[in-house]
Ligand binder design. Structure first.
Ligand SMILES: Cc1cc2nc3c(=O)[nH]c(=O)nc-3n(C[C@H](O)[C@H](O)[C@H](O)COP(=O)(O)OP(=O)(O)OC[C@H]3O[C@@H](n4cnc5c(N)ncnc54)[C@H](O)[C@@H]3O)c2cc1C
Length: 416
Protein backbone atom coordinates (compact mmCIF):
# COMPACT_ATOMS: atom_id res chain seq x y z
CA UNK A 1 0.00 0.00 0.00
CA UNK A 2 1.34 3.42 -0.93
CA UNK A 3 0.66 5.46 2.20
CA UNK A 4 1.61 8.71 0.43
CA UNK A 5 -1.75 8.61 -1.37
CA UNK A 6 -3.81 8.18 1.78
CA UNK A 7 -5.62 11.18 3.29
CA UNK A 8 -3.27 13.02 5.60
CA UNK A 9 -4.51 13.65 9.15
CA UNK A 10 -2.38 16.11 11.10
CA UNK A 11 -2.84 16.10 14.87
CA UNK A 12 -1.40 19.03 16.81
CA UNK A 13 -0.73 18.10 20.42
CA UNK A 14 0.07 14.67 21.85
CA UNK A 15 -1.67 15.14 25.19
CA UNK A 16 -4.73 13.19 26.28
CA UNK A 17 -6.80 14.17 23.25
CA UNK A 18 -4.16 13.96 20.50
CA UNK A 19 -2.83 10.62 21.69
CA UNK A 20 -6.28 9.06 21.86
CA UNK A 21 -7.21 10.39 18.40
CA UNK A 22 -4.07 8.88 16.84
CA UNK A 23 -4.74 5.56 18.53
CA UNK A 24 -8.35 5.50 17.35
CA UNK A 25 -7.19 6.05 13.77
CA UNK A 26 -4.83 3.08 14.02
CA UNK A 27 -6.80 0.95 11.59
CA UNK A 28 -8.10 3.79 9.42
CA UNK A 29 -6.82 4.22 5.86
CA UNK A 30 -5.09 7.49 6.68
CA UNK A 31 -1.58 8.73 7.15
CA UNK A 32 -1.12 10.56 10.45
CA UNK A 33 1.41 13.18 11.48
CA UNK A 34 1.28 14.05 15.16
CA UNK A 35 3.16 17.17 16.21
CA UNK A 36 4.08 18.22 19.74
CA UNK A 37 6.58 20.67 21.19
CA UNK A 38 7.68 17.92 23.59
CA UNK A 39 8.88 14.44 22.68
CA UNK A 40 6.78 12.91 25.45
CA UNK A 41 3.19 12.53 26.55
CA UNK A 42 2.62 13.98 30.00
CA UNK A 43 0.18 12.60 32.55
CA UNK A 44 -0.73 15.98 34.04
CA UNK A 45 -2.99 14.71 36.87
CA UNK A 46 0.14 13.53 38.72
CA UNK A 47 2.23 16.67 38.22
CA UNK A 48 1.57 17.69 41.80
CA UNK A 49 3.31 14.47 42.89
CA UNK A 50 6.47 15.66 41.12
CA UNK A 51 6.13 19.01 42.89
CA UNK A 52 5.88 17.41 46.34
CA UNK A 53 8.88 15.15 45.71
CA UNK A 54 6.81 11.98 45.42
CA UNK A 55 7.58 10.99 41.82
CA UNK A 56 10.24 11.74 39.21
CA UNK A 57 9.09 13.27 35.90
CA UNK A 58 9.99 10.17 33.88
CA UNK A 59 7.39 8.20 35.85
CA UNK A 60 4.56 10.40 34.58
CA UNK A 61 5.87 11.17 31.09
CA UNK A 62 6.43 8.72 28.26
CA UNK A 63 8.39 9.15 24.99
CA UNK A 64 6.06 9.58 22.02
CA UNK A 65 8.31 7.70 19.61
CA UNK A 66 8.09 4.67 21.90
CA UNK A 67 4.30 4.99 22.15
CA UNK A 68 3.92 5.02 18.35
CA UNK A 69 6.69 2.54 17.55
CA UNK A 70 4.21 -0.13 16.51
CA UNK A 71 1.62 2.10 14.88
CA UNK A 72 2.77 2.15 11.27
CA UNK A 73 0.45 4.90 10.02
CA UNK A 74 1.84 7.50 12.50
CA UNK A 75 4.76 9.81 12.02
CA UNK A 76 5.74 11.89 15.06
CA UNK A 77 7.30 15.31 14.56
CA UNK A 78 8.66 17.32 17.45
CA UNK A 79 8.04 21.02 16.95
CA UNK A 80 6.20 24.16 17.96
CA UNK A 81 3.24 24.91 15.70
CA UNK A 82 3.27 28.65 15.14
CA UNK A 83 0.48 29.11 12.59
CA UNK A 84 -2.29 27.33 10.72
CA UNK A 85 -3.67 28.34 7.34
CA UNK A 86 -7.23 26.99 7.31
CA UNK A 87 -7.83 28.19 3.73
CA UNK A 88 -4.79 26.54 2.15
CA UNK A 89 -4.81 23.69 4.72
CA UNK A 90 -1.32 23.64 6.11
CA UNK A 91 0.42 24.19 9.44
CA UNK A 92 3.83 25.66 10.11
CA UNK A 93 6.00 24.06 12.77
CA UNK A 94 9.60 25.08 13.43
CA UNK A 95 10.31 25.99 9.82
CA UNK A 96 8.50 23.09 8.18
CA UNK A 97 5.21 23.41 6.32
CA UNK A 98 2.89 20.43 6.70
CA UNK A 99 -0.19 20.11 4.49
CA UNK A 100 -3.26 18.31 5.78
CA UNK A 101 -6.52 16.88 4.52
CA UNK A 102 -7.91 16.72 8.06
CA UNK A 103 -6.66 18.53 11.10
CA UNK A 104 -7.23 17.67 14.76
CA UNK A 105 -6.26 20.53 17.02
CA UNK A 106 -5.57 19.14 20.50
CA UNK A 107 -3.28 21.80 21.93
CA UNK A 108 -4.73 21.77 25.44
CA UNK A 109 -4.51 24.62 27.88
CA UNK A 110 -2.18 26.76 29.95
CA UNK A 111 -2.38 28.33 33.38
CA UNK A 112 -4.77 31.26 33.56
CA UNK A 113 -3.47 34.02 35.82
CA UNK A 114 -6.39 36.31 34.90
CA UNK A 115 -3.97 39.15 34.18
CA UNK A 116 -2.23 38.95 37.57
CA UNK A 117 1.26 39.38 36.11
CA UNK A 118 2.93 39.64 39.52
CA UNK A 119 1.55 36.22 40.46
CA UNK A 120 2.72 34.75 37.16
CA UNK A 121 6.18 36.16 37.79
CA UNK A 122 6.57 35.37 41.49
CA UNK A 123 4.34 32.35 42.01
CA UNK A 124 4.60 28.71 41.01
CA UNK A 125 2.32 26.68 38.78
CA UNK A 126 1.72 23.05 37.89
CA UNK A 127 1.30 22.69 34.15
CA UNK A 128 4.51 21.22 32.77
CA UNK A 129 7.38 19.02 33.89
CA UNK A 130 9.58 22.11 34.24
CA UNK A 131 7.08 23.97 36.39
CA UNK A 132 6.60 20.97 38.70
CA UNK A 133 10.35 20.43 39.10
CA UNK A 134 10.81 24.17 39.78
CA UNK A 135 8.16 23.94 42.47
CA UNK A 136 9.83 20.90 44.04
CA UNK A 137 13.25 22.60 44.09
CA UNK A 138 11.73 25.70 45.60
CA UNK A 139 9.85 23.80 48.33
CA UNK A 140 12.89 21.77 49.33
CA UNK A 141 15.12 24.86 49.15
CA UNK A 142 12.76 26.85 51.37
CA UNK A 143 12.89 24.18 54.05
CA UNK A 144 16.70 24.35 53.99
CA UNK A 145 16.52 28.12 54.30
CA UNK A 146 14.02 27.94 57.14
CA UNK A 147 16.16 25.43 59.02
CA UNK A 148 18.97 27.98 59.37
CA UNK A 149 16.84 31.13 59.77
CA UNK A 150 17.10 32.71 63.22
CA UNK A 151 14.65 35.53 62.67
CA UNK A 152 11.29 34.23 63.91
CA UNK A 153 9.10 36.34 61.62
CA UNK A 154 11.10 35.46 58.51
CA UNK A 155 11.12 31.77 59.42
CA UNK A 156 7.37 31.87 59.81
CA UNK A 157 7.03 33.44 56.36
CA UNK A 158 9.35 30.82 54.86
CA UNK A 159 7.24 28.08 56.43
CA UNK A 160 3.96 29.49 55.15
CA UNK A 161 2.86 27.72 51.97
CA UNK A 162 -0.10 29.10 50.07
CA UNK A 163 -2.00 27.18 47.42
CA UNK A 164 -4.47 29.33 45.48
CA UNK A 165 -7.55 27.65 43.99
CA UNK A 166 -9.91 25.26 45.74
CA UNK A 167 -10.52 22.97 42.74
CA UNK A 168 -9.22 19.39 42.57
CA UNK A 169 -5.62 20.37 41.73
CA UNK A 170 -5.42 22.88 44.59
CA UNK A 171 -6.97 20.47 47.05
CA UNK A 172 -4.64 17.62 46.01
CA UNK A 173 -1.60 19.88 46.19
CA UNK A 174 -2.46 21.37 49.57
CA UNK A 175 -3.21 17.94 51.10
CA UNK A 176 -0.02 16.40 49.72
CA UNK A 177 2.10 19.37 50.78
CA UNK A 178 0.76 19.22 54.33
CA UNK A 179 1.65 15.53 54.48
CA UNK A 180 5.11 16.05 53.02
CA UNK A 181 5.90 18.45 55.82
CA UNK A 182 4.20 16.65 58.69
CA UNK A 183 5.25 13.10 57.88
CA UNK A 184 8.48 13.40 55.90
CA UNK A 185 10.19 16.68 56.67
CA UNK A 186 9.59 16.35 60.38
CA UNK A 187 12.09 13.47 60.28
CA UNK A 188 14.68 15.35 58.20
CA UNK A 189 14.58 18.50 60.30
CA UNK A 190 14.32 17.21 63.87
CA UNK A 191 15.43 20.54 65.37
CA UNK A 192 13.09 22.75 63.37
CA UNK A 193 9.90 23.83 65.09
CA UNK A 194 7.28 22.63 62.62
CA UNK A 195 4.67 24.40 64.72
CA UNK A 196 5.51 27.39 62.51
CA UNK A 197 4.41 25.57 59.36
CA UNK A 198 1.17 26.74 57.77
CA UNK A 199 -0.36 25.30 54.62
CA UNK A 200 -3.10 27.65 53.45
CA UNK A 201 -5.63 26.96 50.73
CA UNK A 202 -7.05 30.21 49.37
CA UNK A 203 -10.33 30.12 47.48
CA UNK A 204 -12.19 33.15 46.13
CA UNK A 205 -15.55 31.32 46.08
CA UNK A 206 -17.77 30.05 48.88
CA UNK A 207 -16.52 26.47 48.78
CA UNK A 208 -13.75 24.08 47.82
CA UNK A 209 -14.47 21.73 44.88
CA UNK A 210 -17.38 23.87 43.64
CA UNK A 211 -18.36 21.40 40.90
CA UNK A 212 -18.61 18.46 43.31
CA UNK A 213 -21.84 17.41 45.09
CA UNK A 214 -22.53 18.77 48.60
CA UNK A 215 -21.52 15.65 50.51
CA UNK A 216 -18.15 15.45 48.74
CA UNK A 217 -17.47 19.15 49.24
CA UNK A 218 -18.06 18.71 52.94
CA UNK A 219 -15.93 15.54 53.05
CA UNK A 220 -13.11 17.38 51.24
CA UNK A 221 -13.31 20.23 53.70
CA UNK A 222 -13.17 17.88 56.70
CA UNK A 223 -10.33 15.79 55.27
CA UNK A 224 -8.25 18.90 54.56
CA UNK A 225 -8.87 20.25 58.05
CA UNK A 226 -7.74 16.90 59.50
CA UNK A 227 -4.47 17.36 57.65
CA UNK A 228 -4.10 20.80 59.21
CA UNK A 229 -4.69 22.68 55.98
CA UNK A 230 -5.95 26.15 56.78
CA UNK A 231 -8.83 26.81 54.34
CA UNK A 232 -9.65 30.44 53.58
CA UNK A 233 -12.88 30.73 51.59
CA UNK A 234 -14.34 33.89 50.03
CA UNK A 235 -10.79 35.21 49.97
CA UNK A 236 -9.54 36.88 46.83
CA UNK A 237 -5.89 37.52 46.12
CA UNK A 238 -5.04 40.75 44.31
CA UNK A 239 -1.24 40.85 44.39
CA UNK A 240 1.90 38.89 45.28
CA UNK A 241 5.43 40.26 45.27
CA UNK A 242 7.25 37.02 46.08
CA UNK A 243 7.23 37.66 49.81
CA UNK A 244 3.77 38.97 50.60
CA UNK A 245 0.28 38.27 49.33
CA UNK A 246 -2.21 41.13 49.31
CA UNK A 247 -5.84 40.14 49.68
CA UNK A 248 -8.81 42.08 48.36
CA UNK A 249 -9.82 43.01 51.90
CA UNK A 250 -6.48 44.77 52.31
CA UNK A 251 -4.85 42.21 54.63
CA UNK A 252 -1.55 40.47 53.88
CA UNK A 253 -0.04 37.01 54.20
CA UNK A 254 3.74 36.80 54.40
CA UNK A 255 4.92 33.86 52.35
CA UNK A 256 7.71 32.90 49.97
CA UNK A 257 5.61 30.19 48.34
CA UNK A 258 2.48 30.69 46.30
CA UNK A 259 1.29 27.82 44.11
CA UNK A 260 -1.35 29.01 41.66
CA UNK A 261 -3.92 26.38 40.62
CA UNK A 262 -6.85 28.76 40.21
CA UNK A 263 -7.42 28.68 36.49
CA UNK A 264 -6.75 27.20 33.08
CA UNK A 265 -7.30 28.72 29.66
CA UNK A 266 -6.77 27.37 26.17
CA UNK A 267 -3.24 27.18 24.73
CA UNK A 268 -1.71 30.38 23.44
CA UNK A 269 -1.87 29.40 19.75
CA UNK A 270 -5.70 29.49 19.82
CA UNK A 271 -5.50 33.29 20.24
CA UNK A 272 -3.73 33.59 16.88
CA UNK A 273 -6.09 31.57 14.71
CA UNK A 274 -8.66 34.26 13.96
CA UNK A 275 -11.47 31.99 15.14
CA UNK A 276 -14.39 32.63 17.49
CA UNK A 277 -13.35 32.08 21.11
CA UNK A 278 -15.51 31.65 24.19
CA UNK A 279 -14.76 31.68 27.93
CA UNK A 280 -11.11 30.94 28.80
CA UNK A 281 -10.13 31.45 25.16
CA UNK A 282 -11.54 28.08 24.11
CA UNK A 283 -12.49 27.79 20.44
CA UNK A 284 -16.21 27.42 19.69
CA UNK A 285 -16.88 24.22 17.78
CA UNK A 286 -19.92 22.62 16.18
CA UNK A 287 -21.56 19.73 18.09
CA UNK A 288 -19.61 17.45 15.73
CA UNK A 289 -16.40 19.09 17.05
CA UNK A 290 -15.73 20.68 13.65
CA UNK A 291 -14.58 24.26 13.32
CA UNK A 292 -17.39 26.38 11.81
CA UNK A 293 -16.73 27.03 8.12
CA UNK A 294 -13.85 24.51 8.11
CA UNK A 295 -15.39 21.03 8.28
CA UNK A 296 -12.02 19.31 7.80
CA UNK A 297 -10.78 20.84 11.09
CA UNK A 298 -11.69 19.25 14.45
CA UNK A 299 -10.88 20.85 17.79
CA UNK A 300 -10.90 18.76 20.95
CA UNK A 301 -9.99 18.83 24.63
CA UNK A 302 -9.17 21.90 26.70
CA UNK A 303 -8.85 24.04 23.54
CA UNK A 304 -12.45 23.39 22.45
CA UNK A 305 -15.60 25.05 23.74
CA UNK A 306 -18.74 22.95 23.60
CA UNK A 307 -21.70 23.04 25.95
CA UNK A 308 -23.35 20.03 27.54
CA UNK A 309 -27.13 19.58 27.70
CA UNK A 310 -27.45 22.10 30.58
CA UNK A 311 -25.81 24.95 28.72
CA UNK A 312 -22.61 24.59 30.76
CA UNK A 313 -19.23 24.28 29.01
CA UNK A 314 -17.73 20.81 29.11
CA UNK A 315 -15.04 20.81 31.80
CA UNK A 316 -11.34 20.90 31.02
CA UNK A 317 -10.70 17.28 31.89
CA UNK A 318 -8.68 14.43 30.43
CA UNK A 319 -11.85 12.34 30.19
CA UNK A 320 -13.53 14.99 28.02
CA UNK A 321 -10.45 15.27 25.77
CA UNK A 322 -10.27 11.49 25.32
CA UNK A 323 -13.95 11.06 24.54
CA UNK A 324 -13.85 13.98 22.10
CA UNK A 325 -10.78 12.43 20.46
CA UNK A 326 -12.64 9.20 19.83
CA UNK A 327 -15.59 11.13 18.40
CA UNK A 328 -13.36 13.23 16.10
CA UNK A 329 -11.56 10.11 14.85
CA UNK A 330 -14.92 8.43 14.22
CA UNK A 331 -16.23 11.47 12.39
CA UNK A 332 -13.19 11.68 10.11
CA UNK A 333 -13.73 8.04 9.17
CA UNK A 334 -17.43 8.72 8.53
CA UNK A 335 -16.62 11.65 6.24
CA UNK A 336 -14.11 9.48 4.36
CA UNK A 337 -16.90 6.97 3.78
CA UNK A 338 -19.21 9.72 2.52
CA UNK A 339 -21.36 9.69 5.68
CA UNK A 340 -22.40 12.62 7.88
CA UNK A 341 -20.39 13.31 11.06
CA UNK A 342 -22.28 12.79 14.32
CA UNK A 343 -22.67 15.19 17.26
CA UNK A 344 -20.58 14.50 20.34
CA UNK A 345 -22.20 13.61 23.67
CA UNK A 346 -20.07 13.49 26.80
CA UNK A 347 -20.60 10.54 29.12
CA UNK A 348 -19.62 11.67 32.60
CA UNK A 349 -17.55 8.86 34.18
CA UNK A 350 -17.72 10.44 37.67
CA UNK A 351 -15.50 12.53 39.90
CA UNK A 352 -12.36 11.65 41.80
CA UNK A 353 -9.81 13.62 43.80
CA UNK A 354 -7.34 12.70 46.52
CA UNK A 355 -6.51 14.73 49.59
CA UNK A 356 -3.52 12.64 50.63
CA UNK A 357 -2.85 9.35 52.39
CA UNK A 358 -6.05 7.32 52.97
CA UNK A 359 -8.12 10.32 51.96
CA UNK A 360 -10.00 10.94 48.73
CA UNK A 361 -13.46 11.76 47.49
CA UNK A 362 -15.21 10.02 44.60
CA UNK A 363 -18.53 9.92 42.82
CA UNK A 364 -18.94 6.87 40.64
CA UNK A 365 -22.15 5.33 39.22
CA UNK A 366 -24.14 7.92 41.15
CA UNK A 367 -22.62 6.90 44.50
CA UNK A 368 -20.44 9.13 46.67
CA UNK A 369 -17.45 7.74 48.59
CA UNK A 370 -14.90 9.43 50.77
CA UNK A 371 -11.92 8.40 52.87
CA UNK A 372 -10.00 5.14 52.45
CA UNK A 373 -12.22 3.42 49.84
CA UNK A 374 -12.16 6.46 47.58
CA UNK A 375 -8.38 6.67 48.04
CA UNK A 376 -7.89 3.03 46.98
CA UNK A 377 -10.03 3.69 43.88
CA UNK A 378 -7.94 6.79 43.15
CA UNK A 379 -4.62 4.90 43.47
CA UNK A 380 -5.81 1.97 41.31
CA UNK A 381 -7.23 4.22 38.60
CA UNK A 382 -4.19 6.46 38.36
CA UNK A 383 -1.80 3.54 38.15
CA UNK A 384 -3.99 1.93 35.48
CA UNK A 385 -4.11 5.15 33.43
CA UNK A 386 -0.35 5.70 33.38
CA UNK A 387 1.38 4.73 30.14
CA UNK A 388 3.93 1.92 30.20
CA UNK A 389 4.17 -1.12 32.44
CA UNK A 390 7.48 0.05 33.88
CA UNK A 391 6.00 3.39 34.93
CA UNK A 392 3.01 1.66 36.54
CA UNK A 393 5.26 -0.67 38.48
CA UNK A 394 7.67 2.08 39.57
CA UNK A 395 4.85 4.39 40.69
CA UNK A 396 3.20 1.54 42.59
CA UNK A 397 6.48 0.67 44.35
CA UNK A 398 7.15 4.35 45.08
CA UNK A 399 3.70 4.92 46.56
CA UNK A 400 3.81 1.71 48.58
CA UNK A 401 7.21 2.76 49.95
CA UNK A 402 5.94 6.24 50.82
CA UNK A 403 2.85 4.73 52.38
CA UNK A 404 4.61 2.31 54.69
CA UNK A 405 7.78 4.26 55.48
CA UNK A 406 6.58 7.87 55.24
CA UNK A 407 9.40 8.72 52.82
CA UNK A 408 9.02 10.79 49.65
CA UNK A 409 11.77 9.51 47.39
CA UNK A 410 12.72 12.50 45.27
CA UNK A 411 14.08 14.93 47.82
CA UNK A 412 16.91 16.26 45.68
CA UNK A 413 17.37 19.94 44.98
CA UNK A 414 18.59 19.97 41.39
CA UNK A 415 18.50 23.59 40.26
CA UNK A 416 21.68 25.22 38.95
C1 LIG B 1 -2.05 19.72 37.57
C2 LIG B 1 -3.19 19.17 36.76
C3 LIG B 1 -4.00 18.18 37.29
C4 LIG B 1 -5.07 17.65 36.55
N1 LIG B 1 -5.82 16.64 37.08
C5 LIG B 1 -6.79 16.07 36.32
C6 LIG B 1 -7.54 14.95 36.80
O1 LIG B 1 -7.32 14.50 37.93
N2 LIG B 1 -8.47 14.41 36.00
C7 LIG B 1 -8.73 14.90 34.74
O2 LIG B 1 -9.59 14.35 34.03
N3 LIG B 1 -8.05 15.96 34.27
C8 LIG B 1 -7.10 16.55 35.02
N4 LIG B 1 -6.39 17.63 34.53
C9 LIG B 1 -6.79 18.21 33.25
C10 LIG B 1 -6.24 17.43 32.08
O3 LIG B 1 -4.86 17.23 32.22
C11 LIG B 1 -6.56 18.17 30.81
O4 LIG B 1 -7.93 18.39 30.73
C12 LIG B 1 -6.09 17.38 29.59
O5 LIG B 1 -4.69 17.27 29.61
C13 LIG B 1 -6.57 18.04 28.30
O6 LIG B 1 -6.15 17.26 27.24
P1 LIG B 1 -5.76 17.94 25.86
O7 LIG B 1 -5.44 16.83 24.92
O8 LIG B 1 -6.80 18.93 25.49
O9 LIG B 1 -4.46 18.79 26.19
P2 LIG B 1 -3.07 18.36 26.84
O10 LIG B 1 -3.15 17.03 27.46
O11 LIG B 1 -2.66 19.51 27.67
O12 LIG B 1 -2.12 18.25 25.58
C14 LIG B 1 -1.82 19.35 24.77
C15 LIG B 1 -0.53 19.06 24.04
O13 LIG B 1 -0.37 20.04 23.03
C16 LIG B 1 0.99 20.44 22.98
N5 LIG B 1 1.01 21.79 22.41
C17 LIG B 1 0.35 22.89 22.82
N6 LIG B 1 0.58 23.93 22.01
C18 LIG B 1 1.41 23.48 21.04
C19 LIG B 1 2.02 24.08 19.91
N7 LIG B 1 1.80 25.37 19.57
N8 LIG B 1 2.85 23.32 19.14
C20 LIG B 1 3.08 22.02 19.45
N9 LIG B 1 2.52 21.41 20.51
C21 LIG B 1 1.69 22.11 21.29
C22 LIG B 1 1.45 20.37 24.42
O14 LIG B 1 2.85 20.21 24.51
C23 LIG B 1 0.68 19.15 24.93
O15 LIG B 1 1.44 17.97 24.83
C24 LIG B 1 -5.33 18.17 35.26
C25 LIG B 1 -4.52 19.19 34.73
C26 LIG B 1 -3.46 19.69 35.47
C27 LIG B 1 -2.59 20.77 34.88
Amino acid sequence: MNIQKLPHVVIIGAGFGGLEAARKLRKASVQITIIDRHNYHLFQPLLYQVAIAGLVPSQIAYPLRTIFRRQKNVNFQMGEVSSIDFGSRYVKADGSVIAYDYLILAVGGQTNFYGLHAVEQNGFQLKSVESAVNTRNHLLGILEEASREVDVERRRALLTFVVVGGGPTGVETAGALAELIIHVMAKDYPYMDLGDVRVILLEAGHDVMPTYPDELRKATYDLLRKKNVNIMLDTKLVDYNGMQITLENGTHINTHTLIWTAGVRSAEITDRLGVQQAAAGRVRVEPTLQLPQHPQVFIIGDAAYLENGNGQPLPMLATVAQQEAKAAARNIQKILKGENPEPFHYKDPGLLATIGRNAAVARIWGLSFSGFIAWVIWVALHIFRLIGFRNRLLVLINWAWDYFFYENQVRLITRE
